[in-house]
Design a protein around this ligand. Structure first.
Ligand SMILES: Nc1ncnc2c1ncn2[C@@H]1O[C@H](COP(=O)(O)OP(=O)(O)OP(=O)(O)O)[C@@H](O)[C@H]1O
Ligand SMILES: [Mg+2]
Length: 295
């Protein structure tokens, strides 16, 4: 029999009834990039661990529903995943595990095709489930899948900030542009944060950002880009992936760790959301409003 959580996935309960958190300002940050393998998972996981290390109550959500790997890169062995939640085998609290620096992690299952193919309403429902989270949070970081599927777009749309990870390869730049275009034209996103990953030096990062920014300025009038910083190509990061530890913990003085810490510090300085509620439930409300549903 489906659990209470599963029922909520498919039939979101009235919003007024789901607001269990006191009004707070949870900043939700979706990390995306269009192209596969550009470093979305490493940037999001390390950013979340770094934020947790700064004392921010941080939740890291693995929203790569088909090929999840946050648990793998953080060396965690989850008992349950989002797939169990969807199947009604556990509660949300049972899915959450603690990672490095006390970051709360919601792992997804890898290799479950039905998870990758959730219907749009189920993505919304998934987001809604988090509205009943009893814990108070400051930040929620969402690692998304590659591509511009409905799921990816929905998670970005629901977040307050979207971080696009890009590397200096033609395919990454064109994919990032395509993603920003769809986010802007179809999902009404007007502000994008950019992280240049695997760069040789700071200058390459800045030049890469300017390349992307110029093409967006020319063709997408309604979206503004902001440069959040760059992460160098760093063998310490590669090694940390092999060791299944976040680089900010395994090699804290490596160039990649220092860069990601700086990026995390910048996001921590962002002003609290101006909306009256910043809670995770804000996710769903925003989606519904975008779709013309009065809430
Ligand atoms: N700054 C970096 N320096 C060196 N290697 C890196 C860096 N960033 C990423 N990598 C390498 O690229 C690999 C892929 O990174 P990651 O899994 O974070 O990408 P992704 O965008 O999440 O991929 P996917 O699209 O498959 O989800 C890592 O395992 C690592 O080996
Ligand atoms: Mg990934």
């Amino acid at each position: 029999m489906p659990s209470r959580e599963y029922a909520k996935l498919t039939t979101p309960s009235p919003l007024s009834a789901t607001r269990s958190q006191p009004p707070g300002a949870v900043r939700t940050i979706a990390v995306t990039g269009g192209k596969g393998g550009v470093g979305k998972t490493n940037v999001s996981a390390n950013m979340a661990v770094a934020l947790a290390g700064m004392g921010k109550r941080t939740l890291l959500l693995d929203a790569d529903l088909g090929l999840a790997n946050i648990d793998v890169i953080l060396g965690l062995q989850p008992k349950f995943t989002l797939a169990d939640l969807v199947a009604g085998r556990c509660t949300l609290e049972q899915v959450i595990i603690e990672g490095p620096n006390g970051v709360l992690v919601v792992p997804a299952a890898s290799g479950r095709r039905h998870m990758a193919e959730l219907a749009p309403a189920e993505h919304v429902g998934l987001v809604n489930v988090f509205s009943e989270l009893e814990r108070e949070l400051d930040v929620m970081v969402v690692d998304t899948a590659a591509g511009i599927t409905d799921g990816v777009l929905t998670f970005c749309q629901a977040a307050q900030d979207t971080v696009v990870v890009v590397c200096d390869e033609p395919a990454s730049i064109t994919d990032a542009y395509a993603l920003i275009k769809v986010l802007s034209r179809e999902r009404g996103i007007d502000r994008i944060q950019v992280v240049a990953n695997m760069v040789r030096d700071q200058n390459e990062g800045r030049v890469l950002y300017e390349k992307l920014s110029r093409v967006c300025e020319k063709f997408l009038a309604d979206v503004s880009l902001n440069y959040l910083g760059c992460v160098p190509q760093d063998d310490w990061l590669r090694l940390s992936v092999q060791r299944q530890q976040p680089v900010v913990k395994a090699y804290p003085s490596s160039p990649a760790a220092l860069a990601i810490n700086e990026i995390a510090r910048r996001t921590a300085r962002w002003q609290a959301p101006t909306e009256p509620r910043g809670g995770v439930e804000f996710f769903l409300e925003r989606i519904l409003r975008q779709r013309g549903v009065v809430v």
